[in-house]
Design a protein around this ligand. Structure first.
Ligand code: GUN
Ligand code: ZN
Length: 437
């Protein structure tokens, strides 16, 4: 028998690209909405008074009052689960931070038991923060990928992840070879890609830690593995960009390295892109390559201020998703990540609206990953990954909300003051996996 779950309350979702079509034409808000879920998928969504008439009598309804908003689960387009243990490591920019903290911590993932422990902590924190999908870097160790996917598939979460490819400029214990990297990734693709809700990302860490031979094989592997993702980093830090120029002197720029090795296209997603030039943004646009905006990380490592407005402009929109980039990022909370998105946009002269911000954290991120036909909106046929926001989660927010006059204002208050305490419940494929007490 089909398992039926019915949620009732205020619902918020987006029906299309809010950056291109505008918030007014895409935001769908129901003040008394109903979402019906069968076998992990949304089968009905709309005004409760209409949907209710179609339900069998006596069906149990989970009702959330006016202090709550049911919305799509948040999507984190770029994050490193092995760095859960080094969030908030003090005081360095990218390359020193990698050498002094990251590459030390990642060596521990040779031990699968350690990887499994961290994967479970990471996924529980995601659920607490209302994040239902992430694009995840593991470490160079294939067992770090197995540990992650074992944990995420046990929770039936739609996760993207991959083994980091690195054959130079890192400690010996974290290096593979082009052939090893290829073979291990291929075996992981066979084991995990489209295993339930799991998806594989070929994961060259970034151009400096892969030789031209490894870049070549990574591009080949991605091209010959239909439906897989490719994730990496680009143009995060000015010193890093100079380094890439010296390592790949024949390439026109940083993005061109990935272009040369067939690593641009649909389902390629690059963290940061802070310093991409106009012609590089144009290339992202024409190839369908996505950028993951990592505002807390970019500030924490002093990398720079990504220009969201310029990247998403309607004349040549680049697909942009939102990302925590933990452990250089500083919060699991996508609400806090939106808070920093707003402030970074302000520093670029762009007061991002709350509507666009919530679009970015949900359907926009799903679109950047080419998964908007599956997740990121409350739409019939989509997978039922949902979050229930408590709009009065702290005394200060409750007080502030007494003076709130509109939905836009309520959303803005949540992304400015809210954090994991605002997450009332998180549903994964229709199953409530987290509920705050
Ligand atoms: N560039 C290459 N590796 C990393 C990483 O782990 N974190 C960040 N922020 N940038 C990177
Ligand atoms: Zn990263």
């Amino acid at each position: 028998m089909n398992q039926l779950t019915v949620l009732r309350g205020q619902t918020l979702s987006f029906s299309g690209d809010a950056f291109i079509k505008g918030v007014e034409d895409t935001m769908v808000f129901e003040s008394d909405g109903m979402v019906v879920i069968e076998n992990g998928h949304i089968t009905q969504a709309g005004p409760a008074t209409e949907v209710m008439t179609t339900l069998p009598s006596g069906v149990k309804v989970e009702s959330y009052d006016k202090d709550h908003i049911i919305m799509p689960g948040f999507i984190d387009c770029h994050v490193h689960y092995p760095q859960t243990q080094i969030i908030g490591a003090y005081g360095k920019q990218l390359i020193d931070w990698l050498n002094e903290y990251t590459f030390i911590a990642e060596q521990q993932f040779e031990d699968k038991a350690h990887a499994a422990e961290v994967a479970n902590v990471f996924l529980q924190e995601c659920l607490k923060a209302g994040t239902t999908t992430s694009s995840v870097f593991c470490t160079v160790h294939p067992q770090s990928v197995d540990a992650f996917f074992e944990a995420s598939s046990a929770l039936n979460m739609r996760m993207i992840a991959g083994k980091v490819l690195m054959d130079r400029h890192a400690p010996e214990a974290l290096l593979d070879t082009p052939q090893q990297g290829y073979d291990q990734s291929k075996a992981l693709i066979d084991r995990w890609h489209e295993h339930g809700r799991q998806l594989y990302a070929v994961t060259p860490r970034f151009a400096p830690t892969s030789s031209p031979e490894q870049m070549d094989m990574a591009g080949q592997l991605w091209q010959e593995s239909p439906g897989t993702f490719l994730q990496s980093h680009v143009s995060e830090n000015k010193g890093e960009i100079e380094w890439v120029k010296s390592l790949y002197p024949k390439c026109k720029g940083y993005l061109d390295v990935y272009d040369k090795y067939q690593q641009l296209g649909p389902r390629a997603i690059y963290g940061h892109g802070v310093w991409l030039s106009e012609s590089e943004l144009q290339r992202c646009h024409e190839t369908g390559t996505a950028i993951a905006h990592c505002p807390t990380s970019n500030q924490f490592l002093g990398s720079g201020l990504f220009d969201l407005k310029n990247a998403t402009q309607a004349e040549r929109p680049v697909r942009v998703g939102l990302a925590t980039d933990l452990g250089a990022g500083t919060s699991f909370s996508m609400l806090q990540t939106l808070n920093e998105t707003y402030k970074v946009a302000q520093l670029n002269g762009y007061p991002l609206s709350a509507g666009l911000a919530f679009y970015l954290a949900t359907r926009g991120s799903a679109k950047s990953l080419y998964l908007d036909d599956k997740i990121g909106s409350i739409e019939v046929g989509n997978e039922a990954d949902l979050v229930v926001l408590n709009t009065k989660s702290t005394a200060a927010i409750e007080y502030r909300m007494r003076y709130c006059e509109s939905l836009e204002e309520a959303l803005f208050i949540q992304m400015t003051l809210g954090d994991d305490r605002a997450i009332k419940a998180t549903y994964v494929a229709g199953k409530c996996l987290y509920q705050s007490s």
